[in-house]
Design a protein around this ligand. Sequence first.
Ligand SMILES: Nc1ncnc2c1ncn2[C@@H]1O[C@H](COP(=O)(O)OP(=O)(O)OP(=O)(O)O)[C@@H](O)[C@H]1O
Ligand SMILES: Nc1ncnc2c1ncn2[C@@H]1O[C@H](COP(=O)(O)OP(=O)(O)OP(=O)(O)O)[C@@H](O)[C@H]1O
Ligand SMILES: [Mg+2]
Ligand SMILES: [Mg+2]
Lengths: 252, 252
Amino acid sequence: MSRIIAIANQKGGVGKTTTAINLGAALAALEKSVLLIDCDPQGNATRGLGQEAEDPHLYQVLLDDVPLREAVLPTPFPQLDLVPTNRELVGAEVEFVQIEGWEHSLARALGEVGSEYETVLLDCPPSLGHLTVCSLVAADGVLVPLQCEYFALEGVSELIRTVGRVQRALNPRLEIEGIVLTMFDERTNLAREVAAEARSHFEDRVYETVVPRNVRLAEAPSHGLPILQYDIRSRGAEAFLALAKEFLQKAA
Amino acid sequence: MSRIIAIANQKGGVGKTTTAINLGAALAALEKSVLLIDCDPQGNATRGLGQEAEDPHLYQVLLDDVPLREAVLPTPFPQLDLVPTNRELVGAEVEFVQIEGWEHSLARALGEVGSEYETVLLDCPPSLGHLTVCSLVAADGVLVPLQCEYFALEGVSELIRTVGRVQRALNPRLEIEGIVLTMFDERTNLAREVAAEARSHFEDRVYETVVPRNVRLAEAPSHGLPILQYDIRSRGAEAFLALAKEFLQKAA
Ligand SMILES: Nc1ncnc2c1ncn2[C@@H]1O[C@H](COP(=O)(O)OP(=O)(O)OP(=O)(O)O)[C@@H](O)[C@H]1O
Ligand SMILES: Nc1ncnc2c1ncn2[C@@H]1O[C@H](COP(=O)(O)OP(=O)(O)OP(=O)(O)O)[C@@H](O)[C@H]1O
Ligand SMILES: [Mg+2]
Ligand SMILES: [Mg+2]
């Protein structure tokens, strides 16, 4: 049973890419096959896995009808494949408007390739523009990383409204997969207050697992490694293993 | 002598809004008049100053030709005025493509209002889309907040390339005002390594002043206050006062 999950939040720097890479790698470590698609022109998920996007990458799949299978790269991490991207994908934001039914281009491209993986993760850019909408149309669920800080909490309701609009107009099966609290620093009142507010507001849609602020998570991508491979003893690695297990339980 | 400065970086969560609000408030505290324009549909600079965007706000200025002066709000902080915004500004990203010369719409709107302030600060969204391009066309300089982490350093060269393109095609006076290192945590090797790399790569374009990671900076916006008013004794307040002084020295 394959599930396609968009990792989205228009607020910048809340841990979307860190969640995509490390939840992906943790699911792969638990022997669940994963395809990670980098839908952000920044290409951070690509770089964070130590890869480079050569042609064809996601841009050519969405705009030149190259079959997705041709853009899939194996990674050094078993059970984890990647569709990379680079700056060229910026062009999609503008060129999409000329294409009839652009919203469905990723869903179409995924076609039967998606069902060859148990989980497909889509790392979204920090906006609610065309690339994020395209990912939401292709997805079964949305995983929302929520940084435990003020501005991040402000923006979540807008994201939930956008998900509702996409669900009604373009993708009826889309649901909120869950909200994961990220960069939680237990030494600060701010983090505890934001976490408490998020739990009271979104209730059981918030995962039990909380990802702590842990510098090892910020160091790992500079070595092209997920946290499990970079430092298995770190609190970051522990958190993403726990999140992967909770994710699988919820999806069961 | 009035200067218009865009605060931009397509990487999300690097401290653009925090820099816009607190550099603005620090310049105002040094008796320099400041107009802060919230060019990000998230409206974080608006909320962070405790304000709400009622009509007319930036959207109506850019798309309905409402004079900018009518959208200017005084703030509780002397010498600091604000042009607020809200989610409606998202519409500008899409509607701009139908308007001839949209790139110059903010530059035109600023007209002579800009020269009534010693500094105009433009808080940009986390992308290199229409709203950021529009801000770069209106600006004399770009201030780049650079978070001392791996992904953030990756993206700076792309931003500098975009600035170069805008300078050549649309705004010949645009220059790099400076790069400010943000969220610097002196306890981590990562921050020291990224800072050293940024200084060796960008040399004297990097401000001497470094903004440390300081939870008081993340708490202040939930009270609708700049750091100087929220906690003048904090390291965040100290850093932004020093940055304001260095900013004024460099501009002299
Ligand atoms: N739990 C954590 N502890 C410490 N650092 C973290 C944590 N999660 C993410 N980071 C770091 O914080 C920064 C922002 O995270 P990341 O890039 O994953 O966010 P994002 O939401 O994908 O950003 P963007 O909006 O630009 O796509 C990165 O430098 C990352 O390494
Ligand atoms: N020096 C700092 N120390 C601690 N927290 C900080 C610091 N600077 C910013 N923050 C916090 O980090 C988060 C990201 O900062 P901010 O929102 O200013 O970044 P941004 O670049 O404007 O984000 P976006 O890309 O979404 O516009 C916010 O919660 C902010 O309060
Ligand atoms: Mg990202
Ligand atoms: Mg911002």
